[in-house]
Design a protein around this ligand. Structure first.
Ligand code: ZN
Length: 192
């Protein structure tokens, strides 16, 4: 989320000011006058179910190395959110998934993210750790390591998936519980 310092177009110095007719302060190039808009980034991922169990990955990278997460990451240009969620499942857990629907849309204003989290199923039983995972595993709901999850939105998404797992009816996407940003997890012990 660190702001740009130099203009990507001309290399000029960027300053923060309010362009005429705009109600936001923007990064404006001192040299060429271009405005560089800053907008939230999209994170895509899924809670992937298989035979009543949930796919989780133990992170091999910072932040939160050693903690458990669902396969998720930044959407790439040229991808649909569903394609991005499927790509992340393969990259992080070598999992081929079938997207069932949108489970939740979470916003984390503090770090400028909107997260689209899908419900998915394994299309094939094979899973394995990709380069960003120390290990991957399927957990029964009671066995989920709730105290060792990487991010609060992972906690939210898993709780929501657990609440609707096995129920009939259309999948209605959830949003931030209480409408607030998640409270950041305190820094915890990392993997040895
Ligand atoms: Zn410029």
């Amino acid at each position: 989320m660190e702001a740009l310092r130099y203009c990507p177009a001309c290399g000029g110095r960027l300053v923060r000011r309010r362009p005429e007719g705009d109600d936001h302060y923007r990064l404006v190039c001192d040299a060429c006058g271009r405005i560089h808009y800053e907008n939230p980034k999209l994170v895509v991922g899924s809670v992937c179910l298989h035979g009543g169990r949930v796919l989780l990955c133990r992170r091999a990278i910072e932040p939160r190395r050693g903690r458990w997460t669902i396969p998720a990451g930044f959407l790439e240009l040229g991808e649909s959110p569903e394609e991005g969620a499927a790509r992340e499942a393969f990259e992080e857990a070598r999992a081929r998934i079938r997207i069932e629907g949108l489970l939740a849309v979470y916003s984390v204003r503090r770090i400028g993210q909107v997260q689209l989290i899908y419900l998915s199923r394994l299309a094939a039983p094979e899973i394995g750790p990709g380069p960003e995972s120390l290990e991957v595993a399927l957990f029964d709901w009671p066995a989920i390591p709730w105290d060792e999850l990487a991010f609060p939105t992972v906690h939210w998404a898993l709780r929501r998936a657990k609440a609707i797992d096995g129920r009939d009816g259309p999948l209605v996407p959830g949003t931030n519980p209480g409408g607030c940003d998640p409270t950041p997890f305190p820094p915890g012990p990392e993997a040895a």
